[in-house]
Design a protein around this ligand. Structure first.
Ligand SMILES: [Zn+2]
Length: 402
């Protein structure tokens, strides 16, 4: 089976995950794909393939030479932010560089002026949606590419490779794909998630992340007799927010610039709640940002009385760079492999987190490789077949012992 044929089979299965489900997998239907993958793995010769009770799929391509054990990981779920059922992929053969009509009836068009990267794929074959759902290249393309790599290695025993471990996880899109990943049983020395975008992307840096919950306790009293007694928690909340740097917000930052973001605010005179997320690649700058929250809280408590401001800071995840740097050969091998198969490497910092970051801190160093897809989590998601084929080649070269 060709890699894109595999992919087309997978995207037809709805695997949308669900926020706040408090169980893994967050939606049972993810196991439908899990079962299909186990069957397919066994049929191509991965004898030990199985799915555990939480919907994690594991399998081994036995090595034919002594080498470090490399893992390849992709996730089965799709984003809760866009419908993932009834995906009707279409192939645009020999793309001519013009706007793409995704849905004639609903007049949904993918415009080249909006998506400049389309011009890179003229004469290639693009898989697109019908405009009403996402495509699911994130991350079923990663699964298909890993599968095709495994099949190729099994069918070509003359290629020398170490043991290859494969892991397909549920619930990456709701931030819990790494949670019940069995690193010990997986048994890889290091791994790659195949979950990135455009061909050539390679990522080993992500944000350090924390959340801040600010509770302001005010004093309410009849406004007619409030003089010197009322403490309006809404106003104190606004004062809190106004002490944060206005230029350190998502809409004013890019690249390696960190930010804090007010995600929610509610309140009345008596009580006000502000919720923030804090992000920075640099651990020192990250700590300074968290520290600033504490200093503002201290200042306002001094001004309005102890207990006025309660601050709860909580770390969410950390930059995997710290865990990758001692093993930079993992990244260097991937860069060399890209150059070998004619892919131009684009090493970029992730302005977010990945399961690989969590896994890196759990003891499995795990940078992220491209899948070849674009416009994840939306109706304009697409992937060129040629990019998928290139990524399969890339994975084979990474696995091969030179
Ligand atoms: Zn993904």
């Amino acid at each position: 089976m060709k890699v894109h044929e595999r992919f087309l089979n997978y995207v037809k299965i709805d695997t949308q995950s669900v926020h706040d489900a408090k169980k893994i997998p967050s939606s049972e239907k993810q196991k439908d794909l899990g079962r299909l993958l186990v069957e397919e793995m066994i049929s191509i010769g991965i004898e030990d393939a199985y799915m555990d009770e939480n919907g994690y799929v594991y399998g081994t391509v036995k090595g034919n030479t002594d080498a470090p054990v490399i893992g390849f990981i992709a996730h089965m779920d799709t984003s809760p932010d866009m419908p993932g059922s009834g995906v009707k992929p279409k192939i645009i053969y020999n793309y001519d560089g013009s706007d793409i009509m995704l849905n004639d009836e609903k007049q949904i068009v993918m415009k080249t002026e909006m998506f400049e990267h389309l011009s890179k794929y003229i004469d290639q074959d693009l898989i697109v949606t019908d405009g009403t759902t996402l495509l699911g290249a994130d991350d079923k393309a990663g699964i298909a590419e890993i599968m095709s790599m495994a099949e190729y290695l099994i069918n070509n025993p003359q290629i020398k490779h170490g043991t290859i471990k494969i892991g397909f996880t549920p619930d990456e899109e709701v931030g819990q794909g790494a949670e019940l990943f069995n690193i010990e049983k997986f048994g890889a020395d290091y791994a790659y998630t195949v979950d990135g975008g455009e061909i050539g992307e390679l990522e080993y840096e992500n944000f350090n992340a924390a959340s801040a919950k600010v509770t302001i306790n005010g004093v309410n009293i009849h406004p007619g007799t409030a003089k010197n007694k009322m403490k309006n928690s809404i106003l104190i909340g606004m004062e809190f927010h106004n002490m944060l740097p206005v230029y350190e917000t998502p809409e004013n930052t890019e690249g390696y610039e960190g930010f804090s973001l007010l995600t929610d605010m509610s309140g009345n005179v008596e009580k006000t709640l502000l919720e923030y997320i804090i992000r920075d690649h640099d651990i020192e700058k990250f700590n300074i940002k968290k520290d600033r929250f504490q200093k503002i809280a201290d200042y306002l408590n001094e001004k309005y009385g102890q207990g006025t401001v309660e601050l709860k800071l909580e770390d969410s995840y950390f930059n995997m760079k710290e865990k990758i740097l001692p093993h930079m050969y993992i990244v260097e091998n991937a860069i060399r492999a890209m150059e070998n198969v004619g892919i131009e490497p684009k090493v970029v910092p992730i302005r977010g987190g990945t399961d690989g970051a969590r896994l890196s801190y759990m003891g499995l160093p795990c940078p992220n490789l491209c899948t070849g897809g674009h416009n994840f989590h939306g109706r304009y998601e697409y992937i060129p077949i040629q990019s998928m084929e290139k990524v399969v080649e890339l994975l084979i070269v990474i696995a091969t012992v030179k």
